[in-house]
Design a protein around this ligand. Structure first.
Ligand code: FRU
Length: 479
C-alpha cells in the first residue's frame, strides 16, 4: 500500500477503533512478534523518548505512527518498568493535538522535576507550503499519570543562522541550572548541537551557544543528541547525518555515533580532548539511541532497532520497528562498554549443542583463543541461517544476515564486520524472533540487527565449520 502525504497526516480521529484493533492483532500474531523487546502495539515505532527514572519506576516512550508501517503523524506511547527489563505499556500519552505539533509530537526527553516528570520535545508543524516550523514544547506528567501540556512553546524561534531542522531536545540539570541540547542544521549545511539554559524547565530558555565536541565537520545535521557523564567524563551519543566516510566509516544509511571526552567544561560547553566519532553499534539497525544518567548517576541507553528511510519486511503486516534491550554504559580505560540489562529473563539453562533453539534464547561462547571459521544458527525446515565468521588473520568478526529470511536494506549490504583484539573472545548472543544483539567481550562492542525468518521454525546451532580450541558454549532460555 502506498501512503500519500495526505494519508500520513490525517487526524487520529479519522481512524476507527476497529481498524486499530485489527492492526494490533496483526502485530500480535506476527511470526516476527518479539518475545522480550519493546515493539509497537500497532504501526511504526521509531525513536525512544523520555527514557528516565521517576516516581519509583523507569519510564520510556516510543515515537509511534499507530496506523501503518510509515512515518506519518507521530505521537508518544508510554511504558513503565520496575527493572528496565519488563515493560508495561500504558498507551498513547502525547497526542499531536495542538497547533504547535500539528504534524507530529517529535522526539524529546524527560527529567523528574519536583513531584512531576517534565517532558521536553519537538512539535513538528508544516505550513500550507510544506515549510517546517519546529517548536520545542513542554509538558508534565503527574504522579497519577496525567499529562499536562504547557500552553506556550518553551522555545518558539529558530536562532539566526540556523534552519528549520532544529529538534530532539535533551533536557538535563547541572548544578541547579537546566540545559537543553538540541540537534540543528545551520544555513551553511553544517551540523550542530545548540545548548539552551534556563533556571527552570518551564523557562525562560536562553541560547547559550553550540556544544563543542569535535574540531571536524561532522555532516549537515545531528538528530537525537545525548550528553551523559560516566565517571565525570562526558560522552556524546548522537546521530550525525551526512558524515563523511573519511572521518568515520559506517555501513548503515545513517550512523549512530559516540564521542568520549576526558572532561567537560561547562562554561564553554566543551569536550576536553574528545575522541573521534565511533560507531555505537557495529550492526545493521541501531539508530536514535537515547541515554541518560539515572539518579544514582549510572548511565543507561536504549536504541531504536530501525533506520530512517528504510523499509522492513514487517511492513507487509502493517508494523515496523522495535527497541534494543536497555544497555548499561560504563567506561573501561576510556572505551565505552555496553552491557545488556535483562534481569529476570532467564527461564532455564539448556545445552545449545544438542537442544533446539526457538529464537528466544541467550547463547554465550567463550573462546580461549581467537577462533577461525564460522558458526551458524540454522533453521530446521528452510535454508534460513544467521552466520558469524571469524578471521584469525585480521581478527575480525563478520555477521551475515543475508541468508536469514527476507532481505532488509540490501543497498547497504548483508554483512557487518568488526575488528577485535587478538585474544580470548567472549560472545553473548541475544536472540528474539526478529532481532539479535551480539555483545562482544562483555560489551566492548555490540552488533545488533533485525531478522525476518521466512516461517515459524526451530533452529540449531551449527559449529561444524568452526576451528576453535576447547571453547565453551552455554544457553539460557528466556521468557
Ligand atoms: C529520528 C527522528 C527525529 C525526529 C523523530 C520523528 O529518527 O527523525 O529527529 O524527532 O525521528 O519521529
Amino acid at each position: 500500500q502506498q501512503w500519500t502525504t495526505a494519508q500520513r497526516y490525517r487526524p487520529y480521529s479519522a481512524y476507527s477503533t476497529k481498524l486499530v484493533t485489527k492492526l494490533q492483532r496483526q502485530q500480535q500474531d506476527s511470526i516476527w512478534h518479539l518475545g522480550y523487546h519493546i515493539q509497537p502495539a500497532s504501526g511504526l515505532l521509531n525513536d525512544p523518548n523520555g527514557f528516565t527514572y521517576y516516581n519509583h519506576q523507569w519510564h520510556v516512550f516510543y515515537q509511534n505512527f499507530p496506523f501503518g508501517p510509515v512515518h506519518g503523524l507521530k505521537s508518544w506511547v508510554h511504558l513503565t518498568s520496575p527493572d528496565l527489563t519488563h515493560w508495561t505499556a500504558d498507551g498513547l500519552k502525547i497526542y499531536p493535538d495542538t497547533k504547535y505539533e500539528s504534524h507530529g509530537a517529535y522526539s524529546g526527553s524527560a527529567l523528574a522535576v519536583g513531584s512531576d516528570l517534565f517532558l521536553m520535545y519537538t512539535g513538528n508543524v508544516r505550513d500550507e507550503n510544506w515549510q517546517r516550523h519546529p517548536y520545542q514544547l513542554g509538558a508534565t506528567l503527574d504522579q497519577n499519570g496525567t499529562l499536562h501540556k504547557l500552553a506556550q512553546p518553551l522555545i518558539g524561534d529558530i536562532p539566526a543562522g540556523y534552519t528549520d531542522h532544529f529538534r530532539d531536545p535533551q533536557l538535563i540539570e547541572h548544578e541547579g541550572t537546566y540545559y537543553a541540547f538540541i540537534g540543528a542544521r545551520k544555513q551553511d549545511d553544517t551540523a550542530h548541537i545548540l545548548a539552551y539554559q534556563a533556571p527552570d524547565p518551564k523557562g525562560p530558555w536562553t541560547l547559550k551557544g553550540e556544544l563543542h565536541y569535535s574540531d571536524q565537520n561532522l555532516g549537515y545535521m545531528v538528530e537525537c543528541p545525548n550528553l551523559i557523564f560516566i565517571d565525570q567524563q562526558p560522552v556524546l551519543i548522537f546521530c550525525p547525518q551526512g558524515l563523511s566516510q573519511t572521518i568515520a566509516s559506517y555501513d548503515n544509511i545513517y550512523p549512530n555515533m559516540y564521542i568520549v571526552g576526558e572532561a567537560f567544561d561547562w562554561d564553554t560547553l566543551s569536550f576536553i580532548n574528545p575522541t573521534g566519532p565511533q560507531n555505537l553499534d557495529g550492526g545493521f539497525d541501531v539508530y536514535a539511541t537515547q541515554a541518560f544518567n539515572a539518579p544514582d548517576d549510572q548511565a543507561y541507553a536504549i536504541s531504536w532497532l530501525g533506520l530512517p528511510d528504510t523499509t522492513y519486511p514487517s511492513d507487509a503486516e502493517n508494523w515496523q520497528g522495535c527497541f534494543s534491550l536497555v544497555k548499561h554504559l560504563t567506561l573501561v580505560a576510556g572505551q565505552l562498554r555496553q552491557q545488556a540489562v535483562a534481569q529476570g529473563l532467564a527461564k532455564a539453562a539448556f545445552d545449545p549443542k544438542t537442544a533446539d533453539l526457538q529464537l528466544q534464547e541467550k547463547l554465550q561462547f567463550d573462546f580461549p583463543n581467537f577462533p577461525k571459521g564460522q558458526l551458524q544458527i540454522k533453521a530446521q525446515h528452510s535454508s534460513d541461517k544467521l552466520t558469524l565468521s571469524f578471521d584469525a588473520q585480521t581478527h575480525s568478526l563478520t555477521v551475515d544476515r543475508g541468508q536469514m529470511g527476507q532481505p532488509v536494506a540490501l543497498d547497504h549490504g548483508t554483512i557487518r564486520s568488526i575488528q577485535l583484539p587478538a585474544t580470548a573472545l567472549r560472545l553473548t548472543l541475544w536472540l528474539d524472533h526478529s532481532a539479535f544483539e551480539l555483545y562482544v567481550n562483555d560489551g566492548a562492542q555490540v552488533v545488533s540487527g533485525r531478522l525476518f525468518p521466512r516461517q515459524a521454525d526451530t533452529y540449531q546451532l551449527d559449529t561444524s565449520q568452526l576451528a576453535a580450541d576447547d571453547f565453551e558454549v552455554s544457553g539460557t532460555r528466556l521468557q
